[in-house]
Design a protein around this ligand. Structure first.
Ligand SMILES: [Cu+2]
Length: 474
């Protein structure tokens, strides 16, 4: 265990500043710890500006200010605190300094409700009272606790506080989440693939929208999206096109976001960097290779931003285009790891080494094409662009009752009419892989679309293609 914080130079240089700050804080009407919300470090002399009456009121608490025992300094980063385990000599009032070395906002939220929030590169100060039994702390920004931003303050000679951290964030969920009978009906994601964008240079606005979504009948989650839907919009271009993505993170978002287009060749630390709420940036790329590609948010923890809805499909056709077919659909397989109703998905579930998603699904909503089948005419040619967005589970994409006569998976092609007349039953897609499959439905009836990993079929990975009226008997 690490002993106390490194405060030597800080203390020598800034003790008087801390004391002044303590007086300033005490002068506020509400001095409860919960009222502290990351007070920026005051400029020198700011305490002198406090009105006289406030100073007078602060006379009694000034004694409390004198009892500040020491200064505890924490650095936050993606994703942790340094130090994370701190032992203090005695219970009592401590000054707290949070230095955010990270590139995204963090906070330090103590179990008693005290919280300091620091933007990237920012330093904030406050105070906390450490009881004899110690205090645990986390970063309360969604996902950060589960990603490792946890720590403990202990008092010398006392047992460590319980690891559980009540009342903060959305900790691990052990009990199954119950369906809410009053949840609205899910919104169906249109599976029809969009047409090729016209022209050769495309300006596309992509907004990172945080919102509530019904992810399965009875289950509402606070999801993060591109463009307000999960998956985000399908972007369809051809080899040689230039795509300029205008990524916007609206004011009012809770989190920074970013985007990573697998269809592009750009430096990770250039186009894919985070943008804060209220910011925007342009991510320009040239479509050099044909394929079915993933795009996703890469902001740390990327697992959480993907698991919470930030992914979509790019179709890059060859320059000469794809042969015409009668129907085209776009299907994205992914997983939901439910958090409590109305909250974000549970990162600790998603991060399990053997992930057990609550739902595996096509186009964001469990069972939506079982409940409202995709209707085609018997015998017509059907093309499906398939992407496995994961984040972590493989797809064994299969349509019961037909055979794929064409599969183009990650640049490898099985083509209708090949010598030998080879066909395919399943296209195997690891997370982030994409494919094109083509088939026909031989007679009127229903043809279930599944991942042939059948443990997931009962968890939402079931859709129906309906040929004709769906009844083979008439
Ligand atoms: Cu994001």
């Amino acid at each position: 265990m690490q002993s106390n914080v490194k405060h030597t130079t800080f203390r020598a240089a800034a003790l008087s500043g801390i004391l002044a700050l303590s007086v300033g804080l005490s002068a506020c009407a509400d001095v409860t710890p919960a009222a502290m919300r990351g007070n920026p470090v005051p400029a020198p002399g700011i305490a002198m500006a406090i009105p006289e009456v406030a100073v007078a009121e602060a006379a009694a608490p000034a004694a409390a200010a004198a009892t500040v025992i020491d200064t505890l300094e924490f650095r936050s980063f993606e994703m942790g605190f340094e130090p994370a385990q701190v032992m203090v000599a005695e219970p009592g009032r401590y000054a707290v300094r949070l230095i955010n070395d990270g590139v995204i906002p963090h906070d330090i939220a103590f179990a008693d409700g005290t919280k300091l929030v620091a933007g990237p590169g920012e330093t904030v100060e406050g105070e906390v009272t450490v009881p004899a039994e110690g205090l645990s702390f986390i970063c309360s920004i969604p996902g950060h606790e589960q990603a490792g931003m946890v720590g403990n303050l202990t008092v010398a000679g006392q047992a460590a506080p319980a690891a559980a951290h009540d009342g903060h964030g959305s900790g691990p969920v052990d009990a199954p989440i119950a369906a809410d009978p009053n949840a609205p009906a899910p919104v169906r994601y249109d599976p029809v693939a969009p047409p090729l964008l016209e022209g050769t240079v495309h300006d596309i606005v992509l907004e990172t929208i945080e919102k509530e979504m019904v992810v399965a009948p009875g289950y509402v989650q606070k999801v993060w999206t591109f463009g307000g839907t999960v998956p985000g919009p399908v972007i369809r271009v051809k080899v040689g096109d230039v795509v300029r993505i205008h990524l916007k993170n609206p004011n009012g978002s809770e989190l920074p976001h970013s985007v990573d287009f697998h269809s592009s060749m750009v430096a990770h630390n250039d186009e894919m960097t985070d943008i804060m709420p209220g910011e925007d940036k342009v991510y320009e790329w040239k479509a050099e290779y044909a394929g079915v590609w993933m795009y996703h948010c890469g902001t740390a923890p990327a697992l959480h931003h993907i698991a919470n809805g930030m992914y979509g499909m790019v179709i890059v056709e060859p320059a000469e285009g794809l042969p015409a077919v009668d129907q085209e659909y776009a299907v994205v397989q992914s997983e939901w790891y439910l958090g409590p109703q109305g909250e974000v998905s549970d990162l600790s579930k998603a991060a399990a080494s053997a992930p057990a998603p609550d739902f595996v699904l096509f186009n964001g909503v469990a069972n939506q094409y079982k409940d409202a089948p995709i209707k085609v005419a018997t015998g017509e040619t059907v093309r499906v662009f398939v992407l496995n967005a994961g984040p972590s589970v493989d797809s064994a994409f299969h349509i019961v009752g037909t055979i794929f006569n064409t599969v183009i998976k990650e640049g490898v092609k099985l083509e209708r009419g090949n010598a030998g007349n080879w066909g395919a039953q399943v296209v195997d897609l690891a997370p982030a892989q994409g494919a094109i499959v083509e088939f026909e439905l031989a007679e009127d009836g229903t043809y279930p679309m599944v991942t042939h990993a059948f443990n997931f079929v009962g968890r939402g990975a079931l859709g129906i293609f309906q040929a004709g009226d769906g009844d083979p008997k008439n």
